[in-house]
Write a protein that binds this ligand. Structure first.
Ligand SMILES: [Zn+2]
Length: 350
């Protein structure tokens, strides 16, 4: 039997520009949304709520904010305490975007993510990261109905958020190589279209001038590439096109390290390690991380080498059903050896 042509849910709204969050109303009207909930985190509630509300003239959106770190049960309880809305718009950082996605998903309400930072691909992906039993866990949800990324807001976020986004995007390179490795070893199939999309996304980003990571052109490239990566996961029905061995190291750090760092920062460092282990595009990875100041920032975090070591050892346990490079003893040893001998790694970790 031949594979049928598939139908894929992709965001119906995609606005990546300066001032995007102040032009929500015409977009919502075009899509027939009247009853609207704007969901904020503590920061966006104080910083942007008033301006956003004033930008509406016909629709009167409700507003709410979530400022603590609710667990899944808390989120579900909250979701079902809400009246029915036509659409929920999450305006906030990575955590708020994920909470909003999960709330909308459990109520089957269309969701628009309006991220205040480009720190990872969560604003465009179908998964969300939630706290279960005190630990960060990836939970399936639905791809957002819309993405509204306001470059004015994203530009104002501290550099580290942009650097984290760069780390998460660069990991497409190692993730794709893991995916091919997995297929060669007889575990699972690579979806050619998802793979192409993820590869094109990161390659297009790599060609962007990197002298100013706050330049609108750079940010637009970063965000659209992260968005394409998110779409790739919807096509393949798995996170494989954007998440491989490097994400396993990051998940293990989330589990075991005393002080886990931002997702994209951990993933970026792990991608640098894995590019060397895979012996594939390591030089390019190094150039991007040097030019953007990624390594310089990581150096300020005092990440313990022993934590990374332990995370590499434990990495296959994070996803036992996959078969990345790190699922094989030999490559884990190679990663550990690199950790001891690589000049950059010795410089950035303590
Ligand atoms: Zn990621």
């Amino acid at each position: 039997m031949t594979n049928p042509v598939t139908t894929i849910p992709i965001p119906a709204i995609l606005e990546i520009k300066n001032g995007a969050v102040l032009e929500l109303e015409p977009t919502l009207e075009k899509h027939g949304f009247k009853k609207v909930l704007l969901l904020f985190d503590d920061f966006t509630f104080h910083q942007y709520k008033t301006d956003i509300i004033h930008s509406f003239s016909h629709i009167e959106p409700d507003t709410a904010f979530l400022n603590d770190h609710p667990n899944v049960q808390g989120l579900i309880t909250y979701a079902f305490s809400l009246p029915m809305y036509d659409v929920i718009i999450g305006v906030g950082g990575g955590a708020l975007i994920d909470y909003g996605k999960y709330i909308s998903f459990s109520r089957r309400i269309p969701y628009i993510s309006a991220p205040t930072s480009a720190s990872n691909d969560g604003f465009a992906s179908s998964n969300c990261s939630l706290i279960i039993d005190g630990k960060k866990t990836t939970v399936p949800a639905k791809v957002p109905y819309g993405i509204v990324a306001d470059l004015d807001i994203i530009q104002q976020a501290p550099d580290k958020f942009i650097l984290a986004g760069i780390g998460d995007l660069m990991s497409n390179i190692t993730a794709l190589y893991d995916w091919e490795f997995e297929e060669e070893r007889g575990f699972g199939d690579v979806n050619a279209f998802a793979s192409m999309l993820s590869k094109k996304a990161v390659n297009s980003f790599i060609r962007t001038p990197m002298n100013d990571i706050k330049h609108p052109t750079f940010l637009k490239e970063l965000i659209s590439s992260l968005t394409m990566g998110g779409a790739a996961t919807v096509i393949s029905g798995s996170s494989a096109p954007i998440s491989g061995s490097e994400h396993l190291i990051s998940h293990a750090l989330d589990h075991y390290a005393e002080h886990p760092q931002m997702h994209g920062i951990q993933v970026g460092m792990a991608a640098y390690i894995m590019a060397h282990v895979q012996n594939h595009r390591a030089e390019r990875m190094q150039k991007v991380f040097t030019r953007t100041g990624f390594f310089e920032y990581v150096k300020t975090l005092d990440i313990k080498k022993s934590n990374v070591q332990y995370a590499i050892e434990k990495s296959p346990l994070m996803k036992p059903n996959r078969h990345t490079f790190l699922h094989e003893d030999w490559y884990r040893k190679k990663a550990l050896l690199l950790l001891d001998n690589d000049e950059i790694l010795n410089d950035v970790f303590i």
